[in-house]
Design a protein around this ligand. Sequence first.
Ligand code: NAD
Length: 716
Amino acid sequence: MFETIDYQQDAEGIVTLTIDLKDRSMNVLTPQFTRDLAQAIERIAGDDGVRGAIITSAKDSFLAGADLKGFDALFALAREDAPAAYAQARSFSLILRRMETCGKPFAAAINGTALGGGLEICLACHYRVAANAPKAVLGLPEVQVGLLPGAGGTQRLPRLIGIEPSLPLMLQGKHVAPAKAGELGIVHRVVEPGEEVAAARQWLLESPDAEQPWDKKGFKVPGGAGAMHPKAAQTFMVGAAMVAKETRHNYPAPIAIMASVFEGTIVPMDTALKIESRYFTKLLADPVANNMVRTLFVNKQKADKLAYRPADVPKLKVQKLGILGAGMMGAGIAYVSAMAGQQVVLLDTSIEAADKGKGYSEKLLAKALDRGKLSREKADAILARIHPTTNYDDLAGCELVIEAVFENREIKAEVTARAEAVLAEDAIFASNTSTLPITGLAEASRRPERFIGLHFFSPVDKMPLVEVIVGEKTAEATIAQALDYVAAIRKTPIVVNDSRGFYTSRVFGIFTNEGIAMLAEGVNPALIENAAKFAGMPVGPLAVTDEVTLELGWKVAEQTRADLGEKYEPQAGESVIRKFVEALDRKGKRYGKGFYDYPADGPKQLWPGLAEVYPLAEEQPDAEYVAKRLLYIQALETTRCMEEGVITRAEDGDIGSIFGWGFPPHTGGTLSFIDTIGIKKFVKECERMARRHGKRFRPSKWLKERAKRGEPFHSQ
Ligand code: NAD
C-alpha cells in the first residue's frame, strides 16, 4: 500500500507503521516517505476502528535523518524564492503537527538510532520507548551541517526536558545513548532490544493520551522560558556568549537555534513551528549550510565510500602491515591499523625505539579503558597485533609497507631497498613523506608501479585525512588498493598528483608564510593571529608555525632551493624564518621559543622582542582585511594546484583543506569559498591584492579565463 511504510492493523485496533526504505541500508527522510507518512496518518485519523498507532522501523536503526543528497534543489529554491522554500521546508513539520493533534495516540518504538528528522518524528509522538541497543544513539545533529532541526525539534525538545539541557544537544549536535535519553526525559521508557514494540503497544492499550503536554491548558516549559524568567534569561545570556566564543559568528545555525528556542517557547505550538520554519528557511538560503552539506556530508561520504576508486581492481584487504620507523607518525599509524584488525610489524633501528612506538598504542588504549570505551580483552587483542622489531625478515608476507623514517632521501632509499628484498612482488610500498616528491623516492624501488605516497597527519589517531599521492609510475591498481587500506582504517582519502608539498602541505605553507610576511610588513602580530582565528582558522599562522617548528620551514626552503637551483623563488616570509632560526635561535615551540615564549608556569605569549625586530607599521590594516588576505591566498593557491593537476577534483580540494590543515569548515573548503564569493569577484580582488602585496596574489591566465566564462568549481 505504501512504498516506504508497512501498515498493519491488529484485532485490537492498534496499527503498526514499520518504516522500511527498501533500496536503502538505512531509513532516511525522502519525499516518498514524507508522502507515505502523511497518508498513513490520515488513514489512522479517519478510521474509527483504529485506537492508536506504533511507529517503528524494519532496519537496525530507526531513521537517520534527512537525505541530504537531495537538498541541492531546496538550497537553490531558498536563494531564489524564499516563500516557496518556506512552504516546502514546512510541509514535513505540518505533517508531524497533524500527527500529534489528530486525536489518535501515537507511540514511537525506537528500535535503534534516531537522528535529526528521525528523532523529530519520535518527539511528535505522544509516547516514546527506546530499545537499549548497544550502538543506538538519539540526537539532533543538524547544526553540524549548518542547519537546525526544522520539523519541530527546536520546539518539542525544550518543552519536553527544559531549555537548559536541550540547548547543548542542539547547539553541538551531540548524540546520547538510549539510557541517557531516558535519564534526560527524552524518552519515557528504555527497554531491552526487541521489547520496544510490545512496550509501546502496552501503553496504547493501557493509558493512551492523544494530547501532548504542550497542548494542554496551563502548560509551562520545564525550568521556565522567556526573557522575564530569571533562569531562562541567564541560560540564553550564557549560551549566546558561548556560541560567540566557539563559532566567532561564522556559523549562523547555532544563533538561529537559540533564537528559535527563545522566541518559540513563549508562544503556542503552532506559532512556534512557524518561527522555527522561518529560521530554517533563512539557513537554507545562507551559503554556509549549502557549503557544509556539500563538503562535510555529501562529498566526504563519497570520499569515504571510495567513489572514485579505479574500478576492476580486486579489493585488497591488508592482513599484515609493515611500518618502517616507529616515531611519532609510525606509532600513530600502527595504532589505527591494529584497531582496524591488521597485524602490524613495527620496525625501527633499535628495539627500544620500536617498543616505544608500541607504547603509544598502550597509552591510548589505557585511556580508552579508563573511560570505559572498550574492554580489557579487546585492548589486549589490539596490542597483541603490534609486533615491534628490528628485523626486516619479519616483514615477509606484508601486503603493504608504510615508511615513516626520518625525512631524508638516503635513509628512505635504504629502507625501501631492504624492505623490498623480503616482500612479495605485488606488495605495495608507501611513503609517509611530507615534502619529498614521490616520483623521486620511487627511484629507490625495484617496482615503482607499486610505490605510492600515503601522507598522514599528526596526531594520526585524531586526524581524519590521508593524502594519497600518485607518482609518475604509480599504477592504477596501486592507487585502488592503497585506497582500500585507507578505507579500512576509517580515514578519508583524497588522491593527489605528485608535486612539491603535494596539496595540503603546499597550501598550508602558503598560509603560514602569508602570516609571517605580514609580520615583516609591521602588521601587529596579535592582529594577525586573532584575525586568522576570527576567520575560522583553528590556530593563527605564527602559533602554528611554532608548533611545526620554524626549523622545519627553514629546512624545506633549503631543500627546495637546492633542488630547484636558479629557478628557485623565495617564498613570502622566508627571510623572517631564516632570521629566527639562524640569527635569533628561536626555532619553535619544541625548542621553548619561537614567535611565542612558552613560560613553564603559564600560557604562551607572543615574544615581546618581536616589536624590536619588526617594528609596528604606523598604519594597521583592519582585522577583516587581514583575515581576507589569509583566506584568499590559500584559495588562490588551491586553484593553482587544480590548474597544475595536483588535485583533479574540486571536492578533493575542499575536503583536503578542511580536514588536512583546518581551513574554516563553514566555507565548505577553499574552492567552495571561491564559489561563494563568485569567481569573477574573487579574481578581481586577487588582482587588487597583487597590486598591493606582490605577484603571489596574481591570478593565472587559466583562472582569469575560467572567471570570464563564469565557471564555478561546483555546479551546486
Ligand atoms: P620521528 O623522528 O618521530 O620518527 C622517525 C623514526 O624513524 C624514529 O623512531 C627513527 O628511529 C626511525 N628511523 C630512522 N632511521 C631509520 C631506519 N633506517 N630504519 C628504521 N627506522 C628508522 O619522525 P616523524 O615525525 O614520525 O616523521 C616520520 C616521517 O613522516 C617523515 O618522513 C616526516 O616527514 C613524515 N611526516 C611527519 C608528520 C609530522 O607531523 N610529524 C606529518 C606527516 C608526515
